[in-house]
Design a protein around this ligand. Sequence first.
Ligand SMILES: NC(=O)c1ccc[n+]([C@@H]2O[C@H](COP(=O)([O-])OP(=O)(O)OC[C@H]3O[C@@H](n4cnc5c(N)ncnc54)[C@H](OP(=O)(O)O)[C@@H]3O)[C@@H](O)[C@H]2O)c1
Length: 312
Amino acid sequence: MAYAVRYSQYGDPDVLSLDQIPTPEPGPGQVRIAVRVAGVNPIDWKLRRGFFASGQQPEGPTGTGLDAAGVIDAVGSEVRDWKVGDAVFGQVSTGAAATHALAEPDKLLAKPAWLSFEQAAALPVVVETAYRALGLLDLKAGQTLLIHAAAGGVGLTASQLALRQGVKVIGTASERNHEFLRELGVQPVTYGDGLAERVRAIASDGVDAVLDASGRDVLGVSVELTGDPNKVLTIADGRAPEYGVRCSYGSSGTPLPQVLAEALPLLQRGELRIPITHTFPLEQTADAHRLSEEGHVRGKIVITVPESLRSE
Ligand SMILES: NC(=O)c1ccc[n+]([C@@H]2O[C@H](COP(=O)([O-])OP(=O)(O)OC[C@H]3O[C@@H](n4cnc5c(N)ncnc54)[C@H](OP(=O)(O)O)[C@@H]3O)[C@@H](O)[C@H]2O)c1
């Protein structure tokens, strides 16, 4: 048997339950992962709330979580590149908050021994999104990028990658995150009323581009600061068309393992840091969702599968 955190109706974190279910069997072209750690992303609670469901309820019990790290414990037919016992991380197609999850092999990368399961599970969504967003913004060394929500998972990843390209990064965050951002090389600025003046005061050469990883009504001020909606990209605000700014959802087309492989050497050398600030056991997935939904996590939340629930 397996355990999976699931919901059968959209709503508050209380709709989540840890269910005992038959162990899922991989179909042709799939592998099964004995999950050690699942990463938490805001998309998990947005899906659980039914934000993209157009008023319909889920068709049946639905798993939660995209990012996972674990060990392959079953391989479907037609799978060539993976075998039982391989430690992997990436994105799964059934919920990651579970003892077992099914995945498509092309969404997985081998987990190197130096990378912990916790750190591996924290990477896929934020690393893919940060690379995608920076690719679209196409900044040059010496230019200035404003990142809204720079202390969150995507924001701090994009900040560090942009800094490596020689881009100057100004990042919005609350005061308690300013020292943390300064240590990364980001010029922190407090969000809220008066943001444009505070940014202008430190951006002596103006703002060349904006990445909105906040989604909290910052598109107007972002267009004001850049003077051009084309220089603003949001990953979190559905009102992008109202402001004429660009939005990006989903994948860039670059295979996920390729993007993750690019980030690994930076992580290994400590040149990219994606701190895990909160860890919950699988039974407390609802609390992990609550915390993510409050919107003030620095870095990442992960969920660990306790040994008592593992069947390895
Ligand atoms: N389109 C896509 O493909 C895609 C992919 C990934 C994520 N996303 C979306 O992008 C957003 C960010 O994702 P994430 O994983 O980085 O989220 P996250 O880690 O949950 O972000 C939390 C951060 O938001 C900051 N924050 C809260 N209120 C803020 C405000 N008013 N202004 C600026 N920062 C504020 C917090 O900083 P303080 O504690 O200092 O307030 C905290 O560090 C989410 O909406 C997510 O759904 C979209």
